[in-house]
Write a protein of this length. Structure first.
Length: 290
């Protein structure tokens, strides 16, 4: 039987691929696409003000409420803005580490750098957030260290600045690893050819390394941007009053006010933003080398 199936798969490559991918595709469609579809459908439902029961239907009431209330607009812009700032910060921080790990470090130093990048991922997400909460608090480690050397305290705890710092730390490994993998795939002969043609280091980086590593950088940006967009725990723990994210509004409407349709409508915003982000990345040719 095994020999027959092997011969059948060799003669009918399409059937073999369908059998190989069938179960994962069904799993993806049923759990992921169906959940997103249910999210969009629910966003058009309403809630009975007296009984609190869901009323299936097709209404733009939830989206009109989002557009009419400036608070939700401000929260959405804050979430997108901090997500973009975190992504840009991680790109700037990841490139020196990724390039040194791949091109400059020897085998032992490369293993040490890789371990340093990976070790934070092995610890609890909440433990890392609480650690930064202690560091950035008004009487925390950062202000104590500044006072010891005679500098005034920064007092950035429980603010948007604190969320930017913590998010940048949390998602930095997700940027370093894809960028390092992309840089590693660049043939050294291209760098040597660029040097032979008289290009200095910055020009080689801009014209050779950066375009060829763009897919890895975009992959890391997808991680950092989407993870920040959907987070609600970090704003709750290190953000101050008025530092809510979209996820916090979704959480409160699902768990407290039980307004699931409104939560679904607001949760659709990050999905739309990510769709636009992916379309822009595709137009820039970031996926051509994948």
């Amino acid at each position: 039987m095994q020999r027959f199936l092997s011969a059948f798969g060799w003669r009918h490559e399409g059937a073999a691929n369908a059998a190989l991918l069938g179960l994962p595709v069904i799993w993806f469609a049923c759990l992921y696409l169906a959940a997103i579809g249910a999210l969009f459908v629910t966003s058009f439902w309403t809630v009975d003000s007296l009984s609190g029961n869901l009323i299936p239907g097709f209404s733009f009431t939830n989206f009109q409420q989002l557009l009419a209330d400036p608070i939700y607009t401000k929260i959405g812009l804050r979430t997108i803005g901090i997500a973009a700032a975190v992504t840009f910060t991680d790109i700037v921080l990841a490139w020196p580490v990724a390039y040194a790990m791949v091109r400059l470090a020897g085998p032992r130093l490369r293993a040490a750098l890789m371990a340093m990048v990976m070790v934070p991922l092995w610890s609890s997400y909440l433990a890392r957030v609480y650690a930064w909460r202690l560091i950035l608090a008004h009487d925390g480690l950062l202000n104590w260290a500044l006072a010891e050397i005679g500098l005034p305290g920064l007092h950035i705890g429980y603010s948007n600045w604190a969320m930017w710092i913590v998010f940048s730390y949390l998602w930095l490994p997700f940027m370093i690893l894809p960028v390092a993998a992309s840089v590693e795939r660049i043939p050294p002969s291209l760098l040597e050819a660029s040097a032979d043609l008289g290009e200095h280091g910055l020009a080689t980086f801009r014209r050779v390394i950066l375009p060829m590593a763009l897919p890895g950088m975009v992959a890391g940006a997808i991680f950092t941007f989407s993870l920040t967009l959907g987070d609600y725990v970090t704003p709750m723990l290190v953000g101050g009053e008025g530092s809510d994210f979209i996820g916090n509004v979704v959480y409160s409407n699902v768990g407290v006010t039980n307004n699931i349709p409104f939560a679904a409508a607001y949760a659709a915003l990050p999905l739309g933003v990510m769709a636009v982000f992916l379309l822009v990345a595709r137009r820039m040719g970031a996926f051509d080398a994948l």
